[in-house]
Design a protein around this ligand. Structure first.
Ligand code: RI2
Ligand code: URA
Length: 506
């Protein structure tokens, strides 16, 4: 079928076209199917339908398709129905609980990177692995395929240090402290982070407030060699490019399947040439890891995958049943982290966790004798060397090194959530805190989030503020307050959980 081209200058992150439903019907394609566009270049794209945006006889080409055609199409292009990529059958195999061969995993990852799969197909793959995990071999192949489909950094010196958190605990801003502590002690740490996956602010979302986070692999190498460390967004580089494409689909589902978590983290470490790595595994109610047994199993899996990739991995099982520090959401978290660096004032949960993990890295990298890493990390915070190093990192990434915690703006709309009764806080629901911050606009609205005044175990009086919600938009603040009222994030002893009078209502 010959169709007249209508360019649509919108980036959708995939090869996509829009067809009028009359033409699509005639061609025999359904929404989400593929068509082959033939001009001086041939490419396959996923089809969306419209009744009115594109008239019959025309085809809308989104930005990526136009780029692929080098913006040099003739007035019309030849359009024909195309078969599904082989990897959609591979996904079906995963859904049926069957084992994959290495070649199949390579093909699947290649198709993810080349944008040949729709979000529905990627979601099906992720959901299938969430329900039934991939085997150890499959996870290793997935990780290696993710590394091999992107760029790699090779440093000429060693050791190359790295850390990563599996996430799942709100307010986990520790990377902003750990990277400068480690780099200030002469070690190299090229830290790539993802954006939020299940949370309200990933490390990349936080760092972006202080400096740009989008760099090429070459730039990451150069900056790390100059100042010892960086904190950048892995999704912007061509490092393990499949990772961010998978994370984008995980985010709305709020899932982080075990094998995918392993591959996502270890591919990022492998691709930057990390040799000695500490993994933070937050554990407890409301996190990704509910108990010590599951935490130890994940630690074993990370260590064993590390061995398969030639990496020395140590794991820290950390307390995650309550947020780290007292802030959740990008700007609030950056303020809290900077205050610790500037004055050493701040919550113990943040300082202690950061110096323990930084200390483990200092010992692994032989910058501190065994057993003395924590002390050296604490000293590096106290004597201002960590702050000075963070400023160097901010400067080299193109931010303003003179920025202070006072300069960072939070959302102008705010509301307090107060204690519903007198007593001790006996429950603090991580997931509801994250949801509240997300309703308020985090992580995209950097100033949105939650400031926590009272944590588990503390005494409150009825009417006393327990949380303050911040938002950049009034409507979002309303949504967050409504969510918080309907799903209280704290529980005070003696409170009624639910009244049940009629079995039919249950
Ligand atoms: O959104 P959830 O699932 O909580 O976790 C995702 C966060 O955890 C990791 O932290 P880091 O890069 O080690 O600091 C990721 O990179 C990301 O920032
Ligand atoms: O980077 C990360 C962190 C947690 N989980 C992932 O899948 N990737």
């Amino acid at each position: 079928m010959q169709l007249k081209v209508q360019p649509i200058d919108i980036k959708v992150g995939k090869y996509k076209v829009v067809m009028n439903s009359i033409d699509a019907k005639e061609l025999g394609v359904h929404e989400g199917d593929r068509v082959r566009i033939k001009d001086h270049v041939t490419l396959t794209a996923i089809v969306d339908f419209t009744e009115d945006m594109i008239s019959s006889g025309m085809i809308g080409l989104y930005h990526e398709v136009q780029e692929q055609l080098q913006r040099e199409w003739t007035e019309t292009v030849e359009v024909e129905a195309a078969e599904r990529p082989k990897s959609s059958r591979i996904i079906r195999k995963v859904m049926d609980g069957l084992k994959l061969e290495r070649d199949e995993i390579n093909e699947l990852v290649r198709d993810i990177v080349e944008e040949n799969l729709s979000d529905i197909e990627i979601a099906a793959f992720l959901t299938a692995t969430y329900i039934k995990d991939l085997s150890e071999d499959e996870t290793e192949w997935l990780t290696k395929a993710m590394i091999d489909t992107g760029e790699r950094i090779e440093f000429s010196t060693s050791p190359i240090m790295d850390k990563h958190s599996i996430g799942g605990v709100p307010g986990n801003k520790i990377t902003l402290l750990i990277v400068p502590i480690v780099a200030a002690n002469g070690l190299l740490i090229p830290k790539t982070s993802s954006r939020a996956i299940t949370g309200a602010g990933g490390t990349a979302d936080l760092m972006e407030i202080l400096a740009p986070v989008e760099f090429s692999a070459e730039q990451i190498k150069e900056m790390t060699e100059k100042v010892g460390g960086v904190i950048v967004w892995g999704g912007a580089t061509n490092i393990a490019p499949a990772d961010d494409k998978l994370i984008k689909v995980e985010y709305p589902l709020s899932i982080d399947p075990h094998c995918q978590l392993l591959a996502s983290i270890m591919a990022k470490k492998g691709a930057v040439g990390a040799q000695k790595v500490v993994m933070d595994i937050p554990m407890g109610a409301g996190t990704k890891i509910l108990d010590v047994k599951a935490g130890r199993k994940l630690a074993r899996d990370l260590i064993s995958l590390g061995e398969r990739l030639g990496m020395d991995v140590d794991c820290a099982l950390t307390y995650g049943a309550s947020p780290i520090g007292r802030t959740v959401g990008p700007a609030l978290e950056v303020i809290e982290a900077l205050k610790v660096l500037e004055t050493m004032e701040g919550p113990n949960s943040l300082i202690e966790k950061s110096v323990i993990i930084a200390g483990m890295l200092l010992e692994m990298g032989s910058a501190a004798p065994r057993g003395q890493g924590r002390e050296l990390a604490l000293e590096t915070l106290k004597n201002g060397k960590a702050l000075a190093k963070l400023k160097e990192i901010i400067r080299i990434q193109g931010g303003n090194p003179d920025i202070t915690s006072e300069d960072i703006a939070v959302g102008q709309f705010k509301a307090d959530i107060t204690a519903p009764a007198n007593g001790y806080i006996i429950e603090f629901y991580n997931k509801r805190i994250v949801q509240t911050a997300r309703f308020a606009g985090a992580p995209n609205d950097k100033g949105a989030g939650v400031l926590i005044h009272k944590k588990r175990g503390q005494v409150v009086e009825k009417g006393q503020p327990v949380l303050t919600i911040y938002a950049e938009k009034k409507d979002k603040l309303k949504d967050a307050v409504k969510f918080c009222r309907e799903h209280p994030p704290i529980f005070v002893e003696g409170m009624l959980i639910e009244k049940v009078a009629d079995l039919k209502e249950m």
